[in-house]
Design a protein. Structure first.
Ligand code: ADP
Ligand code: MG
Length: 347
């Protein structure tokens, strides 16, 4: 980082913290640059210049556009302080890769800005292991970042490439298009509610829902396969209804959504829960990191093949219409009267 606010070196803990165990360990064990070198500096392979200089250099292939996205994870808001650090490392990158997937972009590189309360080596080892396992699986290399002392906060900026003009946008949905969603919905919210104690899940169901919440799967391969097929796409981070709403607003269209088809996509077995709770989790749960996308009915076979080719389940859950607004119906086509919210940090 640039010099500290009071000019203190980040190698020595600030005066007020000298007595604390964490600060003493911090001074004894390692400073900012040792920490970066040990846990986050890796040779850049695809980028001309990675970690270690003032800037990284990226070289997208000729004819490609850079797709850039940034997501921040804040302790207590986006993750529980008890989460396994390897899972947190995975999730911090996964939520960013999910944005690239939603644009049909191929991951290239990322930067990592970290605020850490102190140097906790077991935590750093786990976090970097989870982070780089996912990075390596997607050929996405770290090229820079920033490290500072502060409340635990993780901010990743990801860079991808997409042929000029081929990015999947929120604005391309047309009346008559089908609405599709990838994978499963609602499990992450079920896990969160189980943590909060508002629902009870059998132990096995809780563990698999918790894995979905803590280690989402970014649908990168599906996003790439949908280029030229999907008319619009968005990833589901704040809940299906809210994120589909972004497509409707950007495209100037409305839709009818089949609540039962969406609710059937909950993966965990939770037979004791009411339809109302299950619908809430599936339709407005959030943290799913699936893709919701639209495509013309003539593209149904192509969408099915894109799903099969990327080993990703794809399910049709509704239809885009010219009339503005979102109409939520059950499997029989009857309106669902239940009200659904969408996640918003400020309301
Ligand atoms: P500057 O002062 O020029 O911003 P820094 O001293 O903060 O640079 O960082 C030194 C180098 O280490 C830079 O190349 C930066 O991108 C990289 N870096 C810093 N923190 C991290 C991190 N958490 N992960 C990866 N690279 C990092
Ligand atoms: Mg510099």
């Amino acid at each position: 980082m640039k010099g500290g606010r009071h000019g203190e070196s980040t190698r020595t803990p600030p005066a007020g913290l000298q007595a604390s165990a964490t600060a003493t360990a911090y001074a004894r064990r390692m400073g900012e640059f040792d920490l970066i070198t040990r846990y986050f500096k890796r040779p850049a392979v695809r980028s001309p210049l990675g970690v270690g200089d003032d800037c990284a250099l990226l070289a997208p292939a000729p004819g490609m556009q850079l797709a850039v996205s940034c997501d921040m994870l804040v302790e207590g808001r986006h993750f529980l302080s008890t989460v396994d650090p390897a899972r947190l490392g995975h999730k911090a990158l996964a939520v960013n890769l999910s944005d690239l997937a939603a644009c049909g972009a191929k991951p290239l590189a990322f930067t990592l800005a970290l605020a850490l309360p102190g140097v906790d080596e077991p935590w750093l080892e786990g976090f970097s292991r989870g982070l780089f396992a996912l990075a390596d699986a997607h050929g996405c290399e770290v090229v820079g970042g920033d490290t500072t002392r502060g409340p635990l906060n993780i901010c990743i900026t990801v860079f991808g490439e997409v042929p000029a003009g081929a990015a999947l946008l929120r604005s391309g949905a047309r009346a008559g298009d089908d609405i599709w969603v990838s994978g499963t919905l609602g499990d992450a919210r079920l896990a969160l509610e189980a943590f909060r104690g508002t629902v009870a899940l059998p132990a096995e169901a809780f563990e698999s829902a918790r894995a979905r919440m803590e280690q989402p799967t970014p649908r990168v391969a599906l996003g790439l396969a949908l280029r030229g097929i999907a008319s619009s796409a968005v990833d589901v981070s704040d809940g299906l209804i809210g994120d589909l709403g972004h497509i409707l607003a950007s495209s100037g269209v409305g839709a009818t959504l089949d609540a039962d088809a969406a609710t059937a996509l909950i993966a965990v077995e939770a037979p004791s829960l009411s339809t109302e709770i299950l619908r809430t989790c599936a339709l407005s749960g959030g943290d799913d990191y699936e893709l919701v996308f639209t495509a013309a009915p003539s593209a149904r076979d192509a969408v099915t093949q894109a799903g099969a080719g990327s080993a990703t389940r794809v399910t049709r859950i509704g239809r885009i219409e010219a009339a503005a607004g979102l109409r939520i119906v059950d499997a029989a086509g009857a309106p669902v009267s239940q009200r659904f919210g969408s996640f918003d940090h400020f309301v």
